[in-house]
Structure formats: C-alpha cells, structure tokens
Ligand binder design. Structure first.
Ligand code: ZN
Length: 368
C-alpha cells in the first residue's frame, strides 16, 4: 500500500469489511430475531449452523481478516485522524463480536435443549416389549397331562431327583440282585445315592406323607445310563400316576388310562393292555393306544402297526403298600408311568429325541 493512499483507504477498508460481514451474517441474524427459526432446527442442522458461525467469526475477526489488517493500519494513519479511525475499528469489532456472540449463545442453548429432550424419557411412549419366549415342548406336553389329571381329581406331586437306595429300589419291591441296581443302569453319586431311575419314588414319599386314599401324578426328570441316540437319552421325563383307595381294581386302571388318552389324543382313541412284568405292580400291563395319526390304518408314526406303545402300569404290589404302612387287605391301587419326551416326540413327529435337549432356539421356537 503506497503512502499516498493511506489518508482515504483505512476507513474505507473498515467500511468494506463491515459490509461484507453484514452480508454474510444476514442468514444468522434470524436466530436472534426469530425464535421460531431457531426452534425449528433439528440437532444436526443446529450443529451445522454453529460450525458455519464459528467459520464466519474466524473469517471476519481472525488473524487473516480485514479487521486484523485494518488494525495494523492504525499506526500509519495521520495522528490527528488516529482517534477517529481507532474508534471506527472498535465500533466495528464490538458490533461484530456482540452479534456473533448473541447468535452463538442462542444456538448453543437450542442444541442443549434438543439434546436434553432426546435423552429424557417420555413416559407416555409405549414401552419396548421384550420378545416373547416359548414354552419348551416338553413343558407344553407336561402341562397338558397335568391339566387332564387335575380335572380327574389328581394332585401333582414333586420329588427329589437324588434318592436313597430305599426309595429308588427297595420300597418299589426291586430285589437286591436286580440289574437295575447296577452301575451299568443307574447313576450313583460318590456318596452312594442314586439319581432316580423312575418317578415311582415319588409314590413312596407321597404315601408316607399323605397316607391313603391318594390320587396323584408325579411328572419329572429321571436318569438312566443310556447312550444317547435318536430314541434314547440318559436323562428324560416321566410322569407317574398313582391311585390308592378301598376297592380299586384293574377296571379303574383301564378306565383312567383310556380316559386320559382320549382327552390327550381325541375321543375316538382306543387303548389296549398287554400283560407284562414290573417288580412294583402285580398284575402288570403295558398299554398301547390306537395311532392318533392314521387312526389304526398304519403309518410311519405307528410303524404300520396302527398301535403306539406308551407306558407301563399295573396294580400296586401288596409289598409296596406294606412298605409304606398301608394294609393291602383294606386298600388297593393302581399305578402307571409313561415317558413325556416320548409322547412329545410322537405328537410333534420328531425323528430325534435329542433335539429336545440341545436348546437350539431355531428348533424350540416352532412350538406353542
Ligand atoms: Zn399310525
């Protein structure tokens, strides 16, 4: 800049800088004068405006700004004009800073409000529902069985899964030399307790505790040393039923099992009893029912026989009654047991019973 220009140019430069600022500031001015313009800004828009404002401040008051350049000229202005020029610069700078500050304050307040609103909880909004789980297919079947027997006047008994020799074998009339007592068939704890190999153990506890007459079912887990395969698992679910009263006969057993299967598989279901042997019942019978799928015509489920084998049953052995202090001359009773997993596999047509215990949600989600 040549000396000949210093008399006019400095004031002119400040004026030009002021004009340029006014022009650029115009779009921000509405954020001080128009509250609606501010409140309509979304968070990301307000943040963008805040950044643009900060850039504007640097451009017009930073080291490379026209204002900074004008300040450097103060020393060059003629001494008598210096106060007026200095005042001109101060006025411009004050106006620039105060207007920028006002917009910045409003923008910051607005951003703060939007953030607070976003983080606060709106109690009027509906809650987020956790996804519903499903009952396990074994639970579904177990509850259906329980519902049927409760309707028939039975109570549901629960029992321990670790048993003494007495409850697991002796009280059930299982002889000392019976193979079921061996470690090849039954799991034992290191203390010599057995993991119960049938839910019949609950009968003994229930009769000791409640006395007779009694009508009860006991669903639960049992354990046997089986190698897992599509139809076997070392742990599975059974349900045991017991009815002891005066004058109970085999006819009551057949009627009860038949009624249960009709309610489970449909009113046209037919049952069949085959003589069998169990240490804790005498006489004993296994029971089958007509295939619920093919109605006896023969299909894959019943292996073309029309019948499905389901469980064991019989009249409670007099020795079992004596073992819990019940006089077999006065009371008689029947008992039956069946596998819940097996029934579950039948009803859902599962090819592999192990699926029930693998806890794969893709499998488990398909029920209910
Ligand atoms: Zn069939």
């Amino acid at each position: 800049m040549s000396n000949s220009q210093t008399e006019q140019l400095p004031a002119h430069q400040v004026e030009a800088a002021s004009k340029a600022f006014e022009q650029e500031f115009e779009r921000f001015a509405r954020f001080t004068s128009d509250l609606n313009a501010l409140s309509s800004l979304a968070l990301d828009e307000a943040l963008a405006e805040e950044r643009a404002l900060s850039e504007l401040r640097v451009r017009h008051s930073g080291k490379k700004s026209a204002l900074a350049a004008a300040k450097k000229l103060i020393g060059r202005v003629a001494p008598e004009e210096r106060p007026a020029f200095g005042q001109l610069i101060r006025d411009f700078e004050e106006k620039l800073v105060s207007r920028l500050d006002a917009v910045e304050l409003n923008l910051k307040n607005h951003i703060e409000q939007v953030r607070t609103a976003r983080e606060s909880i709106d109690v009027t909004l509906p809650g987020r529902r956790p996804p519903y789980g499903h009952r396990h297919p074994i639970t579904i079947i177990r509850e259906r069985i329980e519902d049927i027997f409760v309707a028939l006047g039975y109570v549901i008994e629960d029992g321990r899964e670790i048993e003494t020799d007495f409850y697991n074998f002796t009280a059930l009339n299982i002889p000392d030399n019976h193979p079921a007592r061996g470690e090849a068939d039954t799991f034992y704890t290191t203390d010599g307790f057995a993991l119960r190999s049938q839910t019949s153990t609950v009968q003994i506890h229930a009769m000791q505790r409640r006395g007779v007459p009694i009508r009860m079912i006991a669903p639960g887990r049992v354990f046997r040393r089986d190698t897992p395969d599509p139809t076997h698992n070392p742990m599975f679910y059974q349900v045991e039923g017991l009815c002891v009263d005066r004058g109970i006969t085999m006819a009551h057993l057949k009627g009860t099992v038949t009624e249960f299967l009709r309610r489970m598989f449909g009113p046209e279901t037919v049952t069949r009893f085959r003589p069998s042997y169990f240490p804790f019942t005498e006489p004993s019978a296994e029971f089958d029912f007509s295939c619920f799928k093919c109605k006896g015509a023969g299909c894959r489920i019943c292996k073309n026989s029309g019948w499905i084998e389901l469980g064991g049953s019989g009249m409670v052995h007099p020795d079992v009654l004596r073992m819990v202090g019940v006089d077999p001359q006065v009371y008689s009773g029947f008992a039956f047991g069946l596998g819940i997993d097996r029934m579950c596999a039948l009803m859902y047509e599962l090819d592999d019973i192990r699926l029930l215990f693998e806890n794969d949600v893709r499998f488990l989600e398909q029920f209910e």
